[in-house]
Ligand binder design. Structure first.
Ligand code: 5GP
Length: 189
């Protein structure tokens, strides 16, 4: 998706620890026209899949998921990050290790909002080591729902998450895959 690649090259900032900051258009301020193009592209790629629900994780996946959901005309469910002590039997849960903060936390989705009848598309902003996506996949499996695939805005292809998850047979569609990044250059696959 050339529009996205150009934007990452123009406005992305490389930070210590292989972190790409895209706060000016994706993670803090949000460019909704760009989000619309992203949503349209996910629709093009997954149009024949009879998706009934989009699943994402708070916070930065929510905006992209909502704009994307308009193209599919389905609800968005977002997994909440929660402290272990509040977890009851009425939720699906899994654990995620935060790439940017290095902590492990629980994510939950109410059993009311994911069921065996659903065909789920997972949407997230980044794919790095794959922990967030693996956590979301577990929620879908625990609900007995069908996992159609994952739509990722930016995959850092030099980290292991993409291979790990594709090797499990999950369809992962990333709109931008970064093979390498330095302060002076970003190389896309
Ligand atoms: P993973 O679980 O695949 O290691 O990381 C995915 C999550 O970490 C994403 O939901 C995203 O919020 C965050 N993340 C991972 N790498 C980056 C990065 O380079 N930049 C930003 N802004 N977030 C990232």
């Amino acid at each position: 998706m050339q529009l996205l690649l150009d934007r990452i090259r123009r406005d992305g900032k490389i930070r210590e620890g292989n972190v790409l900051k895209v706060d000016s258009f994706l993670n803090h301020q949000m460019d909704i026209r760009l989000f619309s193009s992203i949503g349209e592209e996910f629709k093009r790629r997954f149009k024949d899949e009879n998706i009934t629900k989009i699943l994402t994780i708070e916070a930065s996946g929510i905006g992209i998921a909502c704009v994307t959901a308009q193209f599919f005309d389905v609800p968005v469910v977002f997994a909440k990050k929660q402290q272990t002590k509040n977890i009851t039997g009425s939720v699906y849960t899994s654990k995620v290790e935060s790439f940017t903060h290095g902590r492990i936390y629980d994510i939950i989705v109410s059993k009311d909002f994911l069921s065996a009848d659903d065909r789920v598309l997972i949407i997230d902003d980044f794919l790095a080591n794959g922990s967030a996506l693996l956590g979301l996949i577990k929620l879908v499996k625990d609900a007995g729902a069908a996992l159609v695939g994952a739509g990722i805005v930016i995959e850092k292809g030099f980290q292991p998450g993409g291979d790990l998850i594709r090797n499990q047979g999950v369809r992962v569609e990333s709109l931008a895959i970064i093979d390498s990044m330095t302060e002076s250059d970003i190389v896309f696959r």
